[in-house]
Write a protein that binds this ligand. Structure first.
Ligand SMILES: CC(C)(COP(=O)(O)OP(=O)(O)OC[C@H]1O[C@@H](n2cnc3c(N)ncnc32)[C@H](O)[C@@H]1OP(=O)(O)O)[C@@H](O)C(=O)NCCC(=O)NCCS
Length: 166
């Protein structure tokens, strides 16, 4: 008889530090989801966050002692309490273990602790973003808007929008 699988170790979410940069960039480049232009923008936001730009808050998820993923979010300019989730990535080798779920939950806890508000997430309707859509839908993010052909013909922009109470 095979012994029962031990429970997965907990995933810790904490603010990113400068030394996390290589692991964050490794996660971003760990599969073919993002093209070079997207990687450049993601890296720019990571560097802004690591430089202490309060518009781009960075949190990393640590699993088994390693940075397995990160999230970049911040309060949307000109809003009272709306936040944009700019980027969320789990390293391809660490997917399917709740890393992104833990990151999203941490963002929601921070928004709640700051008095509550709304979180907006944008993604694409293409196949490569199926995991992202599943993540948001499983985490209770209602699909609020669809902009057909936004990124390219047949590639809509999907906007998810969740209210987070205080
Ligand atoms: C999207 C992404 C962040 C999900 O990360 P992850 O750590 O594997 O996700 P989790 O294990 O936390 O899963 C969270 C939920 O989404 C679901 N999910 C995640 N990947 C899925 C997939 N490929 N197919 C179906 N459902 C999926 C899980 O079943 C889980 O649901 P549950 O909470 O009901 O159990 C990851 O696939 C990724 O980094 N993709 C490339 C980058 C990207 O697309 N980022 C988003 C746009 S910036």
């Amino acid at each position: 008889m095979t012994p029962p699988t031990p429970p997965a170790p907990p995933i810790e979410v904490r603010p990113a530090r400068a030394e996390d940069r290589p692991a964050i960039l490794a996660a971003i480049g760990s599969d073919a989801t993002f093209h070079a232009g997207e990687i450049a923008v993601a890296t720019e936001l990571v560097d802004a966050g690591l430089d202490g730009d309060g518009d781009y808050l960075l949190r990393v998820a640590v699993a088994d002692g390693d940075v397995a993923g990160y999230v970049c979010f911040g309060r949307t300019p000109m809003t009272r309490a709306t936040y944009d989730l700019y980027w969320i990535v789990t390293h391809a080798a660490a997917r399917g273990r709740g890393v992104a779920r833990a990151l999203l939950a941490a963002v929601e806890r921070e928004v709640a602790a700051a008095g509550g508000g709304q979180i907006r997430v944008e993604t694409s309707e293409t196949e490569g973003y199926g995991a992202a859509r599943a993540l948001y839908e499983r985490a209770g993010y209602p699909l609020a808007a669809t902009f057909a052909d936004f990124y390219a013909p047949g590639d809509a922009l999907l906007v998810y929008y969740k209210r987070v109470p205080a």
